[in-house]
Write a new protein. Sequence first.
Length: 419
Amino acid sequence: MSILSYVVKLENLQELRRLCHWGPVIALSVIGVCSSVAILDSVIWFWPLDTTGGSINFIMLINWTVLILYNYFNAMFVGPGYIPLGWKPENVQDSPYLQFCRVCQGFKSPRSHHCRKCNRCVMKMDHHCPWINNCCGHLNHAYFTSFLLLAPLGCVHAAFIFIMTMYTQLSDRISFGWSSVKIDMSAVKWSPQAIIPFSVPAFAATLFGLGLALGTTIAVGMLFVIQMKVIFRNKTSIEAWIEEKAKDRIQYYQTGEEFIFPYDLGSRWENFRQVFTWSGTPEGDGIEWPVHERCHQHTLTIEQLKQKADKRVRSVQYRVIEDYSGACCPLGKGVQTLIRTPCTEEPRIPLSRGETVFATRGTKWWMYGDKVLDEDQAKGRCALIGYSPAQRISVLPPCPASPGLRGWLSLASVCGGTG
């Protein structure tokens, strides 16, 4: 599946609105700056096209740019693959083993999760990436990982061009003193091949490009390592979190169960082949998956249902007695609440006086839980789950005998206190 065929098949151009986001704007700007400055430096000053090496170098730079953009746009526009709205399993008897999505009005297939930003249930969802303004999942995982590999490689090549350009152009302009280094930019170095002298603006652009290239190499390279771990283990970041909670649940309740992650096929090569194939299309239809010999299709979904039930058991109900706007940094809720704001992408839930919250975890200053919605509010929307201040937002437990969530939230901190 290519990006061109995908765009042609679009009934409308609404998908192109994904470009109107700070993530793609920054990503494409970095790609454009590094590519254009590297090409200009190479052609004008470092390695002119009238040499064999210069021609090969130029072709390689163009090749990096094309491959990076190809995989980037495929990751963005091909998308992760979405579960059809209103989806139901072919075998009705499998329904009790699956979670139901109120937004999509259908069941969640194994490995799928609902993305609040995409507003759809995503096949084998790993995470929502702001740089492509889309989720990383089943269909675009290979494109996304290829982009994470090619971007650092292209930036390493560009960084080499930047360094060599500055070295060749400034080597005879640098003078070393006892405690200083001087660069005489007025001493213009002319060469038979150079059309434009390497002046201060050219030096500044090259230095800026070098900074972008090195920063991108480190940052994106780290993301590539993370994604390769995901692929070799055949375990998304969400599934790793589910597995960790499964082990904690088994240990806490001493159930004696043995949880085996179902999608690790036992071989890194077999796991790798699930994502990267010669055809370019990943293995599977996004609904059913190859599983470990001691597992079945619903091993993970059953574990998720157990964790949901455990979450309901240990949640504590509170009633809101002070409004909260949902601001990340609530200025009117006290200094401690402000400076102890959770550093996480989890949303904040706006609350109104009299509403009910089921809290599951938190600290003295912030609690995490979901807001109870009536039938009209809950219809066609996902649960409102996120953080809200525990101080001065004053969420009051209905039963005074209930001290809080396993002791972490005291009655004094809930009913008010110094900010």
